[in-house]
Design a protein around this ligand. Structure first.
Ligand code: C5P
Length: 256
């Protein structure tokens, strides 16, 4: 089984109101993108990576991001498109023809673990399509554009989709081809596969696998990185009763 990872990293930093795109912001002295690529390169099941960046960033990423940090599995850098879906489609075109599985992971999720990447790949190999996600913790409302609550959703069946999402190569290529043909726009890749009548497998992910979208997320990321460095943070996926950071007497009081 040969797995290639496609990493969409061609977004602009508009939601952060910053000049620099989120994937290039510094997290403990290293670009977020490098943290993410290092995490993927550490996965034995990932054979190579294809990074999709904004056309104007191609040479900067090659010379100032990939080379200095010695990222060896990153085999291709390709120009992305206007929306995430266009960038992923561009990445898929660069994936080697002999790849069996394509793993798609956002550049702005640097806290992915080897264990979850491998679990996602295994599920995709078994079922054709898989995504990481976590159950929602809050109550979910459906709201009209003018702000009226019309419905409370059954939160026991609502999950938040994360990346990575992994697919058999033929399935994800067909999903993107048909979405492009039909002008369908989805915010993740399983939404394109759902249109083919294929139910992707949901893999319990990790609440710590955050997507760095706003400045608040960057602050959380700094904390998560510090906890990771000291080995304090354990995975919390909503299945268990994990307490993330309790120590000493507090730990004794609260741990089951
Ligand atoms: O914008 P969004 O939150 O959906 O971004 C998720 C990922 O998709 C980010 O890593 C971002 O860089 C990437 N992206 C992309 N091409 C775009 C827009 C977003 O590769 N045109």
């Amino acid at each position: 089984m040969k797995t290639v990872a496609v990493v969409p990293a061609a977004g602009s930093g508009s939601r952060m109101n910053r000049e620099v795109s989120k994937q290039y912001l510094s997290l403990a002295g290293k670009p977020v993108l490098v943290h993410t690529l290092e995490a993927l390169e550490a996965c034995p099941g990932v054979e190579s990576l294809c990074v999709v960046v904004a056309p104007q960033d191609l040479s900067t990423v090659r010379d100032e991001v990939l080379a200095p940090w010695g990222l060896r599995k990153t085999a291709a850098i390709v120009p992305g498109g206007r929306e995430r879906q266009d960038s992923v489609r561009a990445g898929l075109e660069a994936v080697a023809r002999d790849a069996d599985i394509v793993l798609i992971h956002d550049a702005v999720r640097p806290f992915i673990s080897t264990e979850l990447v491998e679990r996602c790949i295994r599920a995709a190999a078994e079922t054709g399509a898989a995504a990481l996600g976590v159950p929602v913790k809050d109550t979910v409302k459906e709201v009209t554009p003018d702000g009226r609550i019309v419905k409370t959703c059954d939160r026991t069946v609502i999950w938040l989709a994360q990346t990575p999402q992994a697919f058999r190569r033929d399935i994800i290529e067909r999903a993107h081809r048909e979405a492009f043909r039909d002008g369908f726009r989805g915010t993740d890749d399983t939404s394109l596969v759902e249109r083919l009548g294929i139910a992707a497998r949901m893999i319990p992910g990790d609440y710590g696998n955050i997507k760095i979208t706003t400045l608040e997320d960057l602050a959380v990321a700094e904390v998560l990185l510090r906890l990771k460095a000291t080995g304090e943070r354990r995975r919390t996926n909503g299945e268990g009763r994990e307490s993330a950071v309790l120590r000493g007497p507090m730990r004794k009081r609260f741990e089951p």
